[in-house]
Write a protein that binds this ligand. Structure first.
Ligand code: SF4
Length: 227
């Protein structure tokens, strides 16, 4: 597998936010979201065997929560899925952050999938979500929308309603996009959409969703890597 970085921090978003977590960031992505904060994952990465990655995870004990992220981790599904099976057998709690552009049916059901459905403001990545992946969702899973403006919000709202998403996933997350080039300040001024505005829209529409802030961008400087 090609690995960009592996480190321990706190989970920054999803219903696991705030918990200690080991991040396994895999190389490569087939999308190009306009607000991407992980462009350094697009190329390169170092090759590691399954044993090599497990050894790095074990070295970060006692943490037992592991998130696979990227880039798009499902681009390395052939190696990733057996690694997931091995870690689940060793009683780790696993998460995967994915765009849902690749098929998700083969991801072990015990893995918590955080599926990022791309809104129009993501640019060329918009409409990349594979609709049949809705059938792979369980109540363990969370569907996230990164929202940069009102058009994105309305896309997310209509998608949630059209697919009765609250019946398919355990959580629906609306996350305000960050500025493409944020300042080093750890404030909401770095967001492309004022979270207060997003909350007002959610409340007006009675949306069955949770506001999700990327808390790592408030704990550390927004552009800091490896946290
Ligand atoms: S899917 Fe993720 S890593 Fe890929 S371009 Fe979009 S935000 Fe960046």
């Amino acid at each position: 597998m090609h690995l960009i970085e592996l480190y321990k921090s706190v989970q920054g978003e999803s219903s696991f936010a705030g918990l200690p977590c080991i991040f396994v960031r895999l190389a490569g992505c087939n999308l190009r979201c306009a607000w991407c904060d992980s462009e350094y994952t697009f190329g390169g990465g170092k090759p590691f065997t399954q044993d090599g990655i497990v050894a790095q995870i074990e070295a970060l004990a006692p943490c037992r929560l592991v998130e696979f992220t990227g880039g798009e981790p499902m681009l390395q599904a052939r190696e990733l899925l057996p690694l997931m099976d091995r870690l689940l057998a060793e009683s780790y709690t696993l998460m995967i952050e994915t765009s849902g552009e690749r098929p998700l049916a083969d991801v072990p059901k015990a893995v918590h999938k955080i599926v990022d459905v791309k809104c129009p403001g993501s640019g060329s990545a918009a409409n990349s979500f594979r609709t049949e992946n809705l059938d792979a969702l369980t109540k363990r899973d969370e569907v996230k929308f990164v929202v940069s403006d009102r058009a994105d919000y309305e896309f997310a709202r209509d998608f949630i309603r059209e697919h009765a998403l609250e019946q398919k996933a355990g959580q629906i997350l609306l996350s305000p996009a960050f500025q493409r080039v944020p300042s080093p300040l750890r404030t909401a001024d770095n967001m492309a959409l004022d979270p207060r505005k997003l909350v007002e829209w959610m409340l007006e529409d009675g949306l069955p969703a949770r506001l999700s802030l990327q808390i790592h961008k408030f704990i550390w400087e927004p552009q800091k890597k490896g946290v």
